[in-house]
Design a protein around this ligand. Structure first.
Ligand code: NAP
Length: 270
């Protein structure tokens, strides 16, 4: 199934360089969902894939074991919300991999914190955790990756945002804010890093069938959410992975600073 999907991808985008042979692709949160689909697609496209996970080592190792055995894949434990952990992870990563071609900042959290119902303490906690993971964590990884990419004189950074940055997230306001901040940060970095031949792109998915969305999609709201798109469905992780690989391909550098909507026309922004 995945091979077929990759073949279609290769056929449709044959004018771009979508072969990632000898390229190192680092994907945060690669143990499940969108990150896992990215890991699988990049490995089909011949990349060395390095994934990180926060807590589920078994799942991460299963993903690594499922990848194309011709390349050199591995996984690292990392809590992206911990700045010291990011620094020491990056030192380990750089010792093992001398070159970083593509960084996919995918790891993220989506925890409910309705303003009407929670305590101030819970509110504080939700904002701290969400911004620490979805925004500051990404900024910190971008910091270290950018140092390596500046020295290399090339690199590609792709950040996974969300439709919620534009549409609002009434029950998850810190999530919406973290993704809006991520968009702004990515565009600033796209300008700052362009002279170093480093591109920065953003993908803003609507609801995607992963663990993160499974409870909401299985509940009462699920049907309404599917109907938000005229396709009457939500997205698949593989669809996001294809756009990530597209952004990472040679030949599309002029897309730097772009934010691609991937939401089945469920929210059209002007
Ligand atoms: P998911 O299925 O919940 O998987 C999350 C991944 O991130 C897991 O690999 C998890 O590791 C890792 N992770 C979580 N917190 C982390 C931390 N503090 N440090 C390092 N890794 C951490 O999520 P998903 O649906 O694939 O979402 C991926 C990205 O897409 C997120 O940025 C999310 O905001 C965005 N997105 C998702 C949707 C959607 O509907 N699913 C829509 C729009 C945007 P463990 O397995 O070890 O816990």
């Amino acid at each position: 199934m995945l091979k077929e999907a990759s073949a279609v991808f290769l056929f449709k985008f044959e004018i771009m360089q979508v072969d990632f042979a000898h390229k190192n692709v680092l994907i945060t949160g690669g143990s499940r969902g969108i990150g896992k689909a990215c890991a699988q697609l990049f490995s089909e496209l011949n990349a060395n894939v390095i994934i990180t996970y926060k807590s589920n080592k078994t799942l991460a190792e299963e993903v690594v074991a499922s990848l194309n055995p011709k390349q050199n894949h591995c996984c690292f434990q990392l809590d992206v919300a911990d700045p010291e952990a990011v620094e020491s992870f990056y030192q380990d990563f750089q010792n093992q991999y001398k070159h970083l071609d593509v960084l996919v900042n995918n790891a993220g959290i989506f925890t409910e914190h309705k303003i009407e119902t929670i305590s101030y303490q819970e509110w504080q906690q939700a904002w701290k955790q969400t911004l620490g993971t979805n925004l500051t964590g990404v900024a910190n990884l971008c910091y270290f990756a950018a140092q390596q990419m500046i020295a290399q004189k090339e690199g590609k950074i792709i950040n996974i945002s969300s439709r919620g940055a534009f549409r609002g997230e009434p029950d998850h306001p810190a999530y919406g804010a973290s993704k809006a901040g991520l968009n702004a940060m990515s565009q600033s970095l796209a300008v700052a890093l362009a002279p170093h031949n480093i591109t920065v792109g953003v993908i803003a998915p609507g609801f995607i069938e992963t663990d993160m969305a499974s409870e909401v999609l299985a509940g009462e709201a699920g049907e309404q959410i599917r109907k938000q798109s005229p396709l009457n469905r939500v997205g698949k992780p593989e669809e996001v992975a294809h756009v990530v690989a597209m952004f990472a391909s040679s030949g599309l550098e002029f897309m730097t600073g772009g934010i691609i909507d991937l939401n089945g026309a469920s929210y059209l922004r002007s």
